[in-house]
Design a protein around this ligand. Structure first.
Ligand code: PLP
Ligand code: ZN
Length: 389
């Protein structure tokens, strides 16, 4: 694997709400002043100098290491995450001329969660952390366990007791310590918070530390580079905790700061399910925050997130981009999984298939133009969901 060319130009952390600034080489979780989400900031002007020198750059999340958080290259751990293919959909394209699927199922743990946990664990290891804890709806747990195995750290995973067996088994195989929780991811998150204080475990809950989102943002860098530095018209993303949408939205602003793209942004479409649609509900009411969704239930475990800590950032990306939110049923998800598998040869996770299932609604409501470039995020492999085959 080629080594990345350039050193990180991480400059500081900044709160996404109160805008307070913090130094970057200290351990932070959320903003000490207001408790909201911290983002990493970089010296973009300086990074501009060499960013388009693509020779010798690695094909993983450290490709543009100037705008990644690890300072010492020795902590740029990798299991080969990222640089996944952007596949053109043909037989299933519903007369859309440029419909693509970014196949995140090819990541080392089978989902895009590999990217975020690779970045977070690598950075935390650089800062001396060796014990991690996470609440998960499913796939983030396996990713944490895998990267902890990679760096030689301890992984503690709290997940709902009714999580599909394969997702639990994957965590176990990577050596993660599992606690099954009677409840959903938010109940797991409360327990994790208590444990993190009691046992000094580092809490890598979605958006409650600044660096998972840095791994996720690489998805946007990749689709733009794979598309000859053109920004697509529409991105359709399945939304649970929201790091995918939030990370990519951050990335587009950084890419503009780096001179890689202009002011065009894709319209960001969030997809949720009938059984758990807090962001959809907030969007209907034009709200900037989401209320907790009661009795959340869906066969797509990653979308069973009744209250997202980053709701305000998810909604901000959707509103600012001129996007929208669609909800689909579990039956539509199963149909979409079958169409992608049988008409395209692409076996996707139910969360990922939900993006394909949203197309009928978006076409009927004239949100999409047939000639637009549209990217579905295939966030995970269907191989870890054999119970749905
Ligand atoms: C396969 C898959 N897709 C999508 C999501 C939702 O992603 P996010 O939490 O970034 O909104 C998850 C979350 O667990 C997932 O596992
Ligand atoms: Zn703050």
């Amino acid at each position: 694997m080629k080594r990345p060319l350039n050193k990180s130009l991480l400059s500081n952390l900044r709160c996404t709400a109160c805008k307070s600034k913090y130094e970057s080489q200290k351990i932070y979780t959320t903003c000490p002043r207001c408790g909201k989400i911290l983002f990493a900031e970089y010296e973009l002007e300086k990074a501009k100098e060499n960013i388009l020198n693509l020779e010798n750059r690695s094909f993983n999340i450290w490709r543009f290491s100037e705008i990644m958080p690890v300072i010492n290259p020795k902590y740029q751990y990798t299991l080969g995450e990222g640089w996944t293919p952007l596949l053109k959909l043909r037989r299933s394209a519903k007369s859309l001329k440029k419909l693509f699927l970014k196949d995140e199922g090819l990541n080392p743990t089978g989902t895009f969660k590999s990217r975020g946990l690779c970045a977070a664990v690598s950075k935390a290891k650089e800062l001396g952390i060796t014990k991690f804890v996470i609440p998960t709806a499913g796939n983030a747990g396996a990713a944490l366990a895998a990267y902890c195995a990679c760096v030689g750290a301890e992984a503690h995973i709290f997940m709902p007791s009714d999580t599909p067996e394969m997702l639990i088994a994957e965590v176990r195989m990577f050596g993660g310590n599992i606690t099954l929780v009677d409840g959903l991811i938010n109940t797991a998150a409360t327990l994790v918070h208590e444990k993190s204080i009691e046992l000094n475990w580092f809490d890598v809950s979605t958006l409650k530390e600044p660096y998972r989102v840095e791994g996720k943002k690489t998805m946007a860098f990749e689709i733009v580079e794979q598309n000859n530095w053109e920004v697509p018209d529409v991105i359709i993303y399945p939304t649970g905790g929201g790091t995918g949408i939030v990370g990519m939205w951050k990335a587009f602003n950084e890419m503009e700061g780096l001179g890689l793209i202009g002011s065009k942004r894709p319209r960001m479409v969030s997809v949720q399910t009938e059984g758990c649609a807090p962001i959809w509900k907030a969007f209907q009411k034009n709200q900037t925050k989401a209320e907790e969704f009661d009795n959340a239930s869906t066969l797509a475990p990653g979308l069973r997130v009744p209250k997202a800590f980053g709701d305000y950032l998810i909604l901000r990306a959707i509103y600012d981009s001129g996007g929208t939110v669609v909800k689909v049923t579990d039956a539509e998800i199963i149909r979409a999984m079958n169409i992608l598998a049988k008409d395209e040869g692409i076996l996707q996770a139910p969360e990922a298939a939900a993006t394909y299932a949203s197309l009928d609604y978006l076409l009927e409501n004239k949100f999409l133009d047939k000639s637009e470039e549209i990217i579905l995020f295939g966030t995970g492999s269907g191989l870890i969901y054999p119970h749905l085959w």
